[in-house]
Design a protein around this ligand. Sequence first.
Ligand SMILES: Cc1cc2nc3c(=O)[nH]c(=O)nc-3n(C[C@H](O)[C@H](O)[C@H](O)COP(=O)(O)OP(=O)(O)OC[C@H]3O[C@@H](n4cnc5c(N)ncnc54)[C@H](O)[C@@H]3O)c2cc1C
Length: 142
Amino acid sequence: MIRKMEPTLIVCGHGMVAQRFLEELMGKSSIPYRNIIVFNGESCAAYNRIQLSALLNGDADEESLALKPDIWFARHGIRVHHGEAVQAIAPDNHTVTTSTGRVYRYDALVIATGASPARLGIPGEAEWRHALPGSQRHPHPY
Ligand SMILES: Cc1cc2nc3c(=O)[nH]c(=O)nc-3n(C[C@H](O)[C@H](O)[C@H](O)COP(=O)(O)OP(=O)(O)OC[C@H]3O[C@@H](n4cnc5c(N)ncnc54)[C@H](O)[C@@H]3O)c2cc1C
């Protein structure tokens, strides 16, 4: 079943970039969307990834990493579906299908799913992934 609730903005991903985008949008004097729906591949709202090292080191707690409290999303009428990733996008139909199998129609779609570093494709790359430049673990100085 297609859920049609126009005009609808769908944001795919809820990392730091998606959150920054939402905050910029909420700061506008006029917002051209009646419905704003975020599909978040993770089970918790956007957090400050940069502080992950501090969290793992015990220098920060999980609450301090949150970028906005739940009330912020409610206040702005933003629906965030945690743990519901977008699995397919049909641009011709303006629909996304999520991991629950539900299909949502959008008028505008923002893809903010992060990125993976490009691989150089050089021999031994996989074994070097933890090596630092200049490290003694480098067998060859590329
Ligand atoms: C320990 C650490 C330290 C860092 N330090 C710095 C720093 O000092 N300076 C700096 O500039 N950068 C730093 N970074 C990098 C920075 O955190 C990233 O550049 C930034 O988080 C990227 O944000 P993003 O929103 O583009 O992507 P991400 O943070 O990767 O967020 C993308 C989100 O999209 C979700 N997603 C993916 N696919 C789907 C899908 N199909 N459907 C729904 N959701 C999906 C993912 O689950 C994720 O939550 C650091 C990163 C780490 C881990």
